[in-house]
Design a protein around this ligand. Structure first.
Ligand SMILES: Cc1cc2nc3c(=O)[nH]c(=O)nc-3n(C[C@H](O)[C@H](O)[C@H](O)COP(=O)(O)OP(=O)(O)OC[C@H]3O[C@@H](n4cnc5c(N)ncnc54)[C@H](O)[C@@H]3O)c2cc1C
Length: 472
């Protein structure tokens, strides 16, 4: 029997480590040792005698941003589903991350604002915060403590094929070229992965690519955390794209090393917060008071900016001709508008896909279609949430996909109602935090409840900034 995407998503979200993990591979090679690659390595460690992670950067043991992950200077939130999966793959992860300096973000310290209006209620899920390099370093420490996982610092330059399957990985290191033999290869080289070109050069099919323009500008600053600062962690304040001239939103979290991190974003020509002066002024005048309470603290180092041009998706699941013993994970498959904070949680759920595939007695002499079918459920969910909201932005003029207007209407009803009804707020957060499949928001009971809440509110206050607008 074919299972619905919601049922598959629920299965992949399992918080418990798998009980039975057959060893079916001699050597698994993971290309890219960032979040997705390290999680792939963890899953392979159950199923391969040896796991080799190849990355062009030598991250050492430090927690500084590195060249191979340039986005790491920017604000990163780990969605609760990502934390659940990290705990699944590395039991004790949360406790050890907290001991190493991560910050707990309990529901009592979290805030969500839209146009200055605070949402009450929401999910009670556990969250923790830290900088992106810090979170990656925690994952790396766990992954590399596994006895059969090794790392190599080298630039991957191509693949070797034989008998319809991937047979090895070509690399270059210190001017020397080499080949690593492999029984299975996972590409986790991020958005800039050249796997599609390598497949085409070797006569295989190239995956279709989807792009949705985003034109997002990020700026992130670190500030000293001081005694007497407010007891908050995880504040997100969004502005209505239709009303705000050049700023889409700002976020505030505590990070390791007694610091705050403030991120600010704008679309198209909007580049808010690029200088310390602009960031501080906006925190004090354009955002809820929590931002102003912290923005006067000492700024540590420079404000760092980043431009994200588009959401990108490579449809490996649609290939009719591809080699066996090859899979792709993380941003190499889909990298969406980062304001939704989905990338790391998505990579973690894709690790579940790999685990289910390797536990399924799949025929490894055939392309890993079952893996890509599972992954499609996760990526469809992520892509739908991100691009569904982005298509409504005033500066985006991409064509709407089929069924978009109805989904958009449901979405705007649920979002508006989430400010009026704590139960709707909980359901919405569980979807945006990837704990539940997005289809749960379209359940008739949820939609009717949301429409009724909005109708009641409009009757009472027709000019309310939240219920009188639809927003993403
Ligand atoms: C501005 C911004 C903000 C973001 N905010 C969030 C957020 O709040 N929450 C969230 O969950 N996600 C966020 N993301 C997304 C997140 O950074 C990624 O989804 C996540 O890091 C997973 O990426 P990855 O491991 O697939 O790839 P990457 O992190 O890009 O890593 C790819 C790895 O491959 C290596 N590599 C590449 N090519 C080669 C080669 N030829 N040979 C050897 N190694 C190679 C690189 O060195 C790197 O280590 C954000 C992204 C951006 C751009």
């Amino acid at each position: 029997m074919k299972h619905s995407p919601a049922a598959v998503f629920a299965r992949l979200s399992n918080p418990s480590p798998p009980a039975v993990t057959p060893v079916v591979l001699d050597t698994a090679v993971v290309l890219g040792g960032s979040i997705a690659g390290l999680l792939a390595a963890r899953v392979f460690s159950d199923h391969a005698a040896t796991v080799i992670v190849i990355d062009r950067d030598d991250p050492g043991t430090g927690t500084d941003p590195r060249a191979g992950a340039p986005q790491a200077t920017q604000m990163h939130s780990l969605l609760p589903s990502g934390l659940v999966q990290l705990e699944r793959w590395f039991p004790g992860f949360t406790e050890q991350a907290l001991a190493a300096g991560a910050r707990a973000a309990p529901p009592s310290g979290r805030r969500f604002y839209f146009e200055g209006v605070r949402r009450a209620g929401g999910s009670q899920a556990m969250m923790l915060t830290g900088s992106r390099p810090f979170l990656e370093a925690q994952i790396r420490r766990h992954a590399l403590s596994l006895p059969n996982v090794k790392t190599t610092t080298a630039r991957v330059t191509g693949l070797e094929f034989g008998e319809g399957a991937v047979a090895g990985v070509r690399y270059e290191s210190g001017g020397q070229e080499g080949v690593e033999r492999a029984d299975f290869v996972m590409d986790a080289m991020g958005r800039s992965s050249r796997l599609s070109e390598w497949l085409a050069q070797a006569g295989w099919e190239r995956p279709a690519v989807r792009r949705i323009r985003v034109d997002l500008n990020y700026a992130t600053a670190l500030l000293r955390r001081e005694d007497g600062d407010p007891e908050i962690n995880g504040v997100l304040a969004l502005r209505s794209p239709a009303r705000s001239a050049d700023v889409a939103g700002a976020a505030l979290t505590q990070v390791e090393g007694a610091r705050w991190m403030i991120g600010m974003a704008g679309y198209a020509d909007g580049q808010p917060g690029r200088t310390a002066e602009d960031l501080v002024r906006r925190c004090k005048t354009e955002f809820p008071r929590e931002f102003g309470q912290v923005a006067g603290n000492e700024i540590l180092g420079e404000v760092r900016s980043f431009r994200h041009a588009d959401s990108l998706r490579r449809d490996f699941h649609g290939l009719t001709r591809m080699p066996a013993r090859l899979a792709v994970m993380g941003d190499a498959v889909a990298s969406t508008n980062p304001v939704y904070g989905q990338g790391m949680a998505s990579a973690a759920l894709q690790a579940s896909c790999l685990s289910e595939y390797l536990r399924s007695d799949a025929d490894l002499s055939r392309p890993a279609r079952e893996f890509f079918a599972l992954q499609k459920v996760v990526v469809d969910a992520v892509w739908g949430i991100a691009t569904g909201a982005d298509l409504a932005l005033p500066h985006i003029d991409e064509p709407y996909p089929r069924g978009y207007r109805l989904l958009r209407w449901i979405n705007s009803q649920v979002r508006a109602a989430s400010f009026l009804d704590p139960e709707i707020a909980r359901q919405l957060e569980e979807v945006t935090w990837m704990l539940k499949h997005p289809s749960s928001l379209a359940a008739p009971g949820t939609v009717i409840r949301a429409v009724r809440a909005n109708r009641r509110a409009r009757t009472r206050a027709p000019a309310h900034p939240v219920t009188s607008t639809t927003h993403g």
